[in-house]
Design a protein around this ligand. Structure first.
Ligand code: TYD
Ligand code: MG
Length: 459
């Protein structure tokens, strides 16, 4: 029977019966693609094998208290920053998806961790993108030598499973999920059906045989291939590797983690011989900061348990449009618009007639209200064309009446500000915590943005 077509969103994997210009689930434009029914891994054929297996099996739920388990087995990947994002090392038998734009360094990261993994495990690295010769060259460049590292250049899922059967690795790395395909389906490699089906098979491998699987997935803006978003619900862990391709810094963050928190970030630097861990991200993010230039202010945000200093830059310029332009990069757009309104109404600065640009340096994205005050000060500094002193940082949430509100973990943030040699820090007057004393760090307590602007910019 000729199956009816289904339609899928390449961004979020949502299924619909008919095509639409915009995905009803995630709202992305032009991401719906057609997928013949027969070609989708969740089709009829699969259901019958499922029910076939059930014959003779008794379905019975058991009380949770009667289930005995051991602690999940974790191992270190040899990269502290990656372990941190995974929640303290990789879990045996889990499936980790590493997503990111092409060229960001996913293959490099995976090949680099092989060096440590090979010490205690057998690793099979399957590349559908590079020949074994290219892999060898890359490994040599990265200084990866390991007897227990096996490589294979293959894209057919059956052959990959066959190789796994033969080699019985402890750890399997798939580079990338978009090049892998199941020849029994008629859709093209990289399509939603293929990507889902291949991931399902790899998931069975992970859960059934206890193989730890790392899967690389490209994030593709054009939407012609299925991105890792489609797979997020299936896998145990989703890590995204981000960063500006023109800059050497890379940030790894967890979007999902069945075995740990998702608020940690790992910071790396791409060097000539591979990725190096950055243990002091604050220093990295502040390097190259212009001293004494108007429109910049430093704040401290919490990335998981780690305080990280970030530089906020703002530019306000008289607009030549009837509606001023607003742009923000790494800072929530609506929050920025709110802060601009508060600055106008409560700070008394005529900023609404200006185009405004807000940018967070280093590819960081700030989603904490604690960064509000620094954003306000950067905006005011740009407007008044007067610089915030280079040894000053600012922490605090700003409310709609222009009041400063206290933030969590203030003393940890202050320690980081202190550690990086700042001399002054503006904080909310009403803070809930008892703060320690920091030598050579003067705390300037203010209760609203007017006071903050006067204290910092003298206006
Ligand atoms: P790669 O890991 O191939 O990216 P992905 O697998 O995410 O597509 O990384 C490619 C980029 O990294 C490439 O542009 C060159 C750069 N690079 C270095 O700067 N140093 C290195 O040692 C390596 C291996 C790559
Ligand atoms: Mg690659």
């Amino acid at each position: 029977m000729k199956g009816k077509s289904m339609f899928y969103c390449t961004e979020c994997g949502n299924e619909t019966a008919k095509w639409a210009g915009r995905c009803p689930a995630c709202g992305a434009w032009n991401t719906i693609v057609e997928q013949p029914q027969g070609a989708v891994g969740t089709g009829k054929g699969k259901k019958s094998t499922g029910s076939g297996k059930r014959l003779g099996r008794i379905v019975k739920a058991i009380p949770l208290t009667e289930i005995e388990t051991e602690e999940e087995l974790r191992f270190s990947t040899g990269m502290g920053e990656l372990d941190r994002v995974l929640g303290g090392g990789a879990v045996k038998g889990s499936l980790v998806l590493v997503g990111g734009a092409p060229g960001i360094g996913k293959s490099t990261l995976m090949l680099q961790i092989c060096q440590t993994l090979c010490d205690f495990a057998k690793v099979l690295y399957i590349s559908g993108e590079e020949s074994v010769g290219q892999l060898k060259m890359r490994a040599r460049r990265l200084g990866v030598v390991g007897e227990k590292l096996y490589v294979l250049s293959e894209t057919d899922l059956d052959d990959v499973l066959e190789a796994v059967e033969q080699e019985r690795p402890d750890i399997l790395i798939i580079d990338s999920i978009q090049t892998l395909y199941n020849s029994t389906l008629d859709s093209a490699p990289g399509s939603v059906g293929q990507v889902k089906d291949c991931t399902l098979k790899l998931m069975e491998l992970a859960k059934g045989e206890g193989v730890t699987v790392f899967v690389i997935g490209h994030v593709n803006k054009e939407g012609s291939i299925a991105g890792p978003k489609v797979l997020e619900h299936m896998v145990d862990c989703v890590l995204y590797f981000e960063g500006d391709q023109h800059m050497s810094y890379r940030i790894l963050r967890a979007a999902k983690n069945r075995f740990g928190a998702t608020n940690e970030i790992g910071v790396f630097e791409m060097q000539g011989d591979g990725l190096a861990e950055v243990e002091n991200p604050s220093q990295m993010l502040l390097s190259g900061r212009p001293e004494d230039a108007p429109g910049t202010c430093v704040t401290c945000v919490m990335e998981g348990n780690r305080p990280v200093l970030a530089e906020i830059q703002a530019l306000l310029a008289p607009t030549s449009f009837s509606v001023p332009r607003r742009s923000s990069n790494g800072f929530d757009y609506n929050r920025a618009a709110m802060l601009i309104a508060v600055l106008e109404k409560r700070g008394g600065l005529k900023v609404s007639v200006c185009d405004s640009y807000l940018n967070i340096i280093g590819g960081l994205s700030l989603d904490e209200p604690a960064a509000d005050l620094a954003a306000i000060l950067a905006l005011a500094s740009s407007y008044l064309d007067q610089s915030v002193s280079g040894d000053l940082a600012a922490i605090g949430e700003v409310g709609l009446t222009g009041e400063l509100r206290s933030v969590d973990q203030l003393s940890q943030r202050l320690s980081e500000v202190h550690r990086l040699g700042f001399r002054r820090c503006v904080i909310p007057k009403r803070h809930r915590q008892k703060l320690g004393t920091f030598e050579n760090l003067q705390l300037i307590e203010v209760s609203n943005i007017g006071e903050a602007i006067r204290a910092v910019l003298g206006k």
